[in-house]
Design a protein around this ligand. Structure first.
Ligand SMILES: O=P(O)(O)OC[C@H]1O[C@H](OP(=O)(O)OP(=O)(O)O)[C@H](O)[C@@H]1O
Ligand SMILES: O=c1cc[nH]c(=O)[nH]1
Ligand SMILES: [Mg+2]
Length: 218
């Protein structure tokens, strides 16, 4: 897997990440969602540089211009809930994309153990498409992998891109084992540790709760 850690470069992206992490800023839900959306735009722009382009004639009022247009068979798939603002950011740039929605949540079976439940799936065919799979948090990596397994019944994409905001080194190693070798990960920053509840440290906390409010466990 190719890992593109965009936070390694000095750019305005790092300011968006700092606001997501900062306890004195992240409680502003609208800003939290908008920062994830802005990061989705940056990730989308960066990954667009790896796509194939067609050189086409575009008619202007004064003549014809040769323009490079990316291939358009993109499907953006986000993992509910926290994937929603990231999805919107990607869709702002890939505005003609098809869209897949899938749910994954942690079901606690004990204080420290959880299973990932994948339930809702609405998707077009993924055959021969460019699949962008989006989830802001890549902690253990189990959500990405379980979702990928559930998507297999929808067809075989020709390219897979994973878009995420904060990852852990352990999570990246886990997805590298389970996704095809030519998968590309576009991630805003990577932290070293997970705690015993599977949360990224220092991370940002619970992205779904920060974006949409605390949910009841069931
Ligand atoms: O890499 P993993 O260990 O699988 O953890 C990451 C997942 O955990 C969070 O979802 P959560 O289960 O909290 O659902 P939510 O988005 O509804 O809050 C997050 O949005 C990812 O989907
Ligand atoms: O650190 C983490 C891990 C999983 N889900 C989150 O929202 N945050
Ligand atoms: Mg959550």
């Amino acid at each position: 897997m190719q890992v593109n850690n965009l936070g390694e470069q000095q750019s305005i992206l790092n300011k968006f990440i700092s606001e997501l992490r900062d306890v004195s800023v992240q409680s502003d839900r609208m800003r939290f969602r908008r920062n994830i959306e802005r990061i989705g735009e940056v990730l989308g722009y960066e990954l667009s540089k790896s796509l194939s382009y067609n050189n086409v004639d575009i008619k202007t009022p004064l003549g014809t211009s040769k323009c490079n247009i990316p291939e358009e068979d993109v499907v953006i798939c986000s993992i509910l809930r926290a994937g929603l603002p990231l999805h919107q950011g990607l869709l702002n740039y890939f505005d003609g994309a098809e869209n897949t929605f899938i749910s994954a949540y942690r079901h606690q079976v004990s204080e420290t153990e959880f299973e990932i439940k994948v339930e809702y799936l609405a998707s077009p065919s993924l055959d021969n498409k460019i699949l962008i799979l989006a989830d802001p948090m890549l902690a253990t990596g189990r959500s990405f992998v379980n979702v990928y397994n559930a998507l297999k019944s929808m067809g075989t994409p020709k390219e897979i891109h994973l878009a995420s905001v904060i990852g852990s080194e352990q999570g990246i190693a886990h997805i590298a084992e389970h996704f095809p070798e030519d998968t590309k990960l576009w991630i805003a920053t990577v932290d070293k540790e997970l705690n015993d509840k599977g949360y990224i440290v220092p991370g940002l906390g619970d992205a779904g709760d920060l974006a949409y409010g605390i949910k009841l466990q069931h």
